[in-house]
Design a protein around this ligand. Sequence first.
Ligand code: ATP
Length: 588
Amino acid sequence: MEFAILAESLNKMESTRKRLELTQFLVELFEKTPQDVISKITYLIQGKLRPDFEGIELGVAEKLAIRAISKSSGIPIKKIEDEYRKSGDLGHASSVILEQKTQTTFLMEDITVERVYDTLFKIAKLGGNRSQDMKMKYISSLLNDATPLEASYILKILLGTLRLGIAENTVMDALAIAFSGNKENRKKLQHAYNVSSDLGKVAETIATKGLEGIEKFEIVLFNPIRPMLADRVKSESEAIEKMGNEFAAEYKLDGERVQLHIEGDKVELFSRSLERIERYYPDIIEKIPKNIQADNIILEAEAVAINENTGEFLPFQELMHRRRKYKIEKAVTEYPITVNFFDILYCNGKSCVELSYKERRETLEKHVKEDEFAKYIPMKIVRNENEIEDFMENSINAGSEGLMLKMLDKPYQAGSRGSHWLKLKREYRNELGDSLDLVVIGGFFGKGRRTGNYGTLLLATYDEDEDTFPSICKVGTGFSDESLDQLYQILQPKVSIKKNPRIISDMEADVWFEPELVIEVVASEITLSPIHKAAFNAIRKGAGLALRFPKFTGKIRVEKAVEDASTNEEVITLYKGQKKIAHDKNLM
Ligand code: ATP
């Protein structure tokens, strides 16, 4: 397939933010794509080469790309840098530069999607610094044969700056329309995606085997399953109302969710956002296989930092000390954990997700042995408010956050947040009733003690309909010196010259960040706001919603994807909830 077709399509997609238009462009692209390249196209439009969980990163530095452009065009580096400075986008700059190309090549080879993909793959596999020369050779060989438009998109993919903001749902809509003629079939594709986390594989299956192939889609060991999530409730009585008169209550431990795929001694671990995290947990890799009594298995657990002397659970922040690049071994001894299993998704070659909660818990206890390191999450079947209250107290005393409540007869719903699982947290009983996970979109430099650091951050919710990040508040309290430094380290590489088009804010931040990091905040209230854009027009025309007295809780949620941040819908629900409480109080 000619790469020009993809480049033109990307060019059109880049010019719109309207979801319907994007979908239409995608449908047209998929219809022009031969079956054997469909998975490659699906990854490339998202700026990837493989699904995220494989962790394949291109990681080409700008400097190297500039050298490659210079080499293939004969244009001096300085001139390229000047052009780059003008637009802040090297892909765009390269297309301008290449229009003025002085060096002509005699044997122009056609650029195909396959060639670009294979070359990018080779570059990604090279890794490390020593391979710079090889990388440059590969890049300039592509640029030699590329038109300016093609070159601009090759570079954007290479540098990781292709940000079309295409949500996975939009890709699935387009696949359903292109290959089944009906957008409604998205739900079937969604299921396949939920159990494989691999959109390329889903695309290839619908293109080659149609809906029938999609319906037969099966869980595969070492392909992560998208996690089931819980709705929130504020009180025991609300839980009973929603769950009926008998259900399971489990401790809601404050650690990191880990999905374990195990066969013999081979263990792979995936985070909540399905990144590979073996490097932080060498102890799990070493110890857990001997607890498993099955040929192969997929399990879910919460890894929690503990006080080794008392056995008490410690907060999430303790565990996060393990998220470091070097001296992991030291962190492993300094911050010991236990692994607390709460679900089983696959066992001895068969899926378990269709089994009821009760059957899954029994299967879990049959195939996993407990010891000092591996535990089943504490669970109790509860029938009334008193029993929930009692178990909640035990859970809080043990150092956990609250309870997860789970219906006994329901299957595991991969990739969805629903009412079959509910969470009841301790802090739900106070003011706003909940913490929010918000996306860091901008920063303001600090004064005094905070000079040279970001003293205040601009935060956003996630707007699911528009696939954007509208601002909701500035937060400048709750930061310790340590957390400020840590945030600076994480945010510094995310500074972008131009505000990402998915950020919706009229504020003038000192710096804009690529929306990639989620942090947790609490607040005293949600109010209508003329300046913030979250849930704009939803409650009152011309007003958004904002947080009053927001405070950082200390939790940097590195394990959360920005699309998992609190949504506009959630904020609207919280806003209406507080109005209702105020109304009820007035009646009392
Ligand atoms: P939160 O912000 O409250 O941690 P979340 O958005 O990460 O929530 P939820 O589905 O709302 O995800 O809450 C479930 C999370 O709680 C899981 O991702 C997991 O990390 C953690 N957890 C702790 N104990 C349990 C348990 N017993 N069962 C399921 N998840 C648990």
